[in-house]
Design a protein around this ligand. Structure first.
Ligand code: EPU
Length: 452
């Protein structure tokens, strides 16, 4: 198992390009199941979760042209997917347990094939993560759904080849707000349903807008994506399309924190500023400047070049995670690392995944002063963090620890970086290219070296 060894204290300076979004790419890839014509996606990040999704899609009869493993480590992120065989519609436990996002094949498969069988995702490190609202939404489109041997078995109304979902009124609100992948599933399914669908309390995340853009390019009729009410007029079939995945707002936010915590001066290209307004607002309060560069008329707010600099003293803030356009839960751990270095007390409340605090104990091992009560953590800023061996069994918690390591005095070893590799492509190489002293090592060898 790999680990990162980080010598803290190096200032980050230079330019980095933000990669395509993992959380946008996963449902975009699954959308290829909605047609037997080719769908070409550009700017797909090369991540463990993406490779798992590609493996699953191949099992479900999708041919892939331009896979990352077919190139010699220089994949350009472009892939053409074409469904050629609809015989197997079973997303098996062996794959689903490695990646919960496998659930986003459910809606497309059910809509196109009239049936789908998918292993029920279990809980994960950040909480229970039920899929009840996905199922409620698909039932509202006429699906019959049962549970068999740990699998969700879904069938569309009708018989034989004529099975087809029918449009309906779907309410997707839940106790923690709307569901992102649930909205992706229902919207994709409604695209091929008979008649019109209204999705109320839909997730407004920019990744949903990206998916709607692809589906519309394939011939779907979707309006209102990005707002809480999405209207879908079902069509008979969908066809070929080409689409560029939106940049990863969470990666962008993570890199901005890295620059701020090292008192750096970083320019990020391909930065989705427009999708980061709540984050920019908090950063401004902290004293981190994020400015678009270049002539105003040429700035694409979803693919801007931005310069990140910060004031000498970071100010404390209050942060509450919320569904978009609120502050994203996927940046909570990284901001906690940042606020450890602020001058005063910050308060962080987690409203999406109330147990998503795996980083708290590990950051404390680095000298952070954190007091957790339920879903709230009070962060008392400290003068410095101190390097330590740490580990977190969640992607974003691991990112928070890497940030802490970049700013800490001394050496930090972040263990089990396979969690990090699920969501950040070659993070150590890219951070090193802007001045970080970070390297990837085999943890077993590191242990042996420590024992000598
Ligand atoms: N929820 C339910 N029932 C459901 C579905 C969700 O109660 O049927 C609850 C969840 O337990 C949670 C809330 O609703 O409290 C929101 O969950 P959501 O369904 O929106 O999460 P998701 O779609 O499974 C995506 C991202 C997550 C991100 C969340 C919230 C992908 C692949 N995953 O998950 O990303 O945290 O939205 O923004 O898009 C990550 O990238 O590290 C990550 C975990």
């Amino acid at each position: 198992m790999d680990a990162f060894v980080i010598e803290g204290g190096a200032r980050l300076e230079g330019r980095l390009r933000v990669k395509g979004s993992k959380n946008a790419a996963l449902p975009l890839l699954a959308a290829a199941l909605l047609t037997d014509e080719p769908v070409t996606l550009q700017d797909i990040p090369d991540l463990a979760d993406i490779r798992n999704m590609l493996r699953l899609l191949e099992e479900l009869g999708v041919e892939l042209d331009g896979k990352p493993e077919d190139t010699d480590g220089d994949w350009d992120g472009t892939l053409t997917l074409r469904t050629s065989d609809e015989a197997s519609s079973h997303a098996r436990y062996e794959i689903v347990r490695t990646m919960r996002a496998s659930i986003c094949t459910l809606g497309p498969m059910l809509a196109r094939r009239g049936e789908a069988r998918i292993s029920m995702p279990g809980g994960c490190a950040i909480g229970d993560r039920p899929v009840d609202i996905h199922l409620r939404g698909l039932r509202a489109l006429g699906a019959e759904i049962t549970l068999d041997g740990g699998d969700i078995v879904a069938t569309a109304p009708g018989a034989g080849d004529r099975r087809r979902l029918r449009g309906g009124q779907v309410f997707l609100g839940g106790p923690s707000g709307p569901t992102v992948l649930g909205t992706a599933n229902v919207m994709s399914a409604a695209a091929l349903a008979e008649g019109a669908t209204v999705i109320e309390s839909a997730a407004c995340e920019p990744e949903i807008v990206d998916l709607a853009n692809l589906l519309n390019a394939m011939g779907a009729r979707i309006e209102g994506a990005g707002s809480p009410r999405i209207r879908v007029t079902g069509v008979e079939s969908l066809g070929a399309a080409r689409h560029r995945v939106m940049p990863d707002r969470i990666e962008a936010g993570t890199l901005i924190c890295a620059a701020a915590m090292t008192n750096g001066d970083l320019t990020l290209e391909n930065c989705p500023l427009d999708a980061l307004m709540a984050v920019s607002d908090r950063l401004a309060h902290v004293g981190v400047r994020v400015e678009a560069v270049g002539p105003a008329s040429a700035i694409d707010p979803m693919r801007a070049s931005v310069r990140v600099t910060c004031e000498r003293t970071l100010r404390p803030v209050e942060i509450t995670t919320q569904p978009h356009p609120g502050f994203p839960t996927d940046l909570q751990a990284q901001f906690m690392a940042l606020l450890c270095l602020a001058d005063g007390n910050s308060v962080i409340t987690e409203r999406i995944f109330p147990e998503r605090f795996l980083h708290v104990a590990e950051l404390s091992r680095m000298g952070a002063q954190l007091f957790r009560q339920g879903s709230t953590v009070v962060v008392t800023g400290v003068k410095e963090l101190v390097g330590a061996p740490v580990m977190a069994s969640d992607l974003r918690a691991s990112a928070g620890l890497v940030l802490a390591g970049l700013a800490a005095r001394g050496t930090t070893v972040v263990n089990r970086v396979y969690h990090l590799d699920r969501g950040y492509e070659k993070l150590e190489e890219r951070l090193a290219s802007v001045g970080a002293r970070v390297s990837r090592v085999d943890a077993a060898k590191l242990d042996a070296a420590v024992r000598l």
